[in-house]
Write a protein that binds this ligand. Sequence first.
Ligand code: PLP
Length: 396
Amino acid sequence: MKELSRIATAVQASTTMAIDAMFKQMKADGIDVIGFGAGEPDFDTPDEIKAAGIAAIEQNFTRYTPAAGTVELRQAVCDRMKADCGLDYKPSQVVVSSGAKHVVYLALRALVNPGDEVILPAPYWVSYIELIRMVGGVPVVITTTEAEHFKLTPEKLSAAITPKTKALLLNNPSNPTGMMYSREELAAIAEVCVKNEVYVISDEIYYGLVYDGAAFTSFASLSPEVKELTILVNGVSKSYAMTGWRIGYGCANDQIAKVMANYVSHSTGSPVAVSQKAAAAALSGPQEKIEVMRRAFEERRNYIVERMNAIPGVSCIKPEGAFYVLMNLEQLIGRTIHGVKITDDDVFADAFLRFGLVAVVPGSGFGAPNFTRWSYATSMENIKEGLDRLEKFLQG
Ligand SMILES: Cc1ncc(COP(=O)(O)O)c(C=O)c1O
């Protein structure tokens, strides 16, 4: 048999999905496990959004749409971005696609030639590193520390830039760290990008899930110059509990948006018509339900952070957005728990699942060794039980 594509065969399975699959299998086998691996809200899509999808089917809105999305939805994106982030985009500068993940892929496709370097701060969302490689790019990972609140500094960014640097891939608020950059921190990063003509793919999918009354700043809103260099990635999956509808969007300057639209027209074609109607309803309709979900996440975060920091041997810093917390388990390395010598986060996660019956995601896949990611997109009841189990497991 002839060799398969080297690029495609080098793609690694997603560690977040692997843990989720294992957890689901154990559950299906009747084992009482609790999962903290989910990357999606545990809420249902709000009724009025579902109703818009149902109406679309009933009205036979079931055919191809323009490849970059309906004008109605692209206009709704523009209006929402204006209202929430102060951004001015035209519908022609918006590309709707099948989830924000695919928009990140399209953005990288639009920018990257084989061998171009893409700067990626770690901890990073698992898919980023694979997506960069899938377009022939070279990921240049910059490690950030817990002491730095996992944030990229302008100094570290400057030091990583070479003549081959094409783009910076930024996620704000971040999966897996939950950290959010302030306007000042973003401005300092933007200054380096403008000076060196580095494009920025700014994935802001969690922008609606921000806590403690903090203000979210969209990268492109920093200045017209910064906006020119930015591809904004966003979508309805997380803020509106719509992960299965598969609608994400990208906003960029005319030239980049056109390249992305052309590319998508020959790859996936138009996004799901019915989902586009539902997404337009989500973006243009009342936003109160979003606030109810946001508040629930904030309450869970407060609980999880307090409990985790009260358990000897583990700790975490307080996330400012998204629905993840990174638990530091450095103090457990070298300890033997339930007969298992904890040598790294993978061993810990495996032992915790087998003996503690709790599924968390090892940090290594996110470029965060000796951490595990806990998603608090699960009920308060589960969170309490999960932390009780952690306490008990660590006594073993
Ligand atoms: C940072 C980040 N970007 C994008 C996505 C994917 O969003 P979508 O479901 O819209 O493709 C996720 C999902 O986990 C994510 O965490």
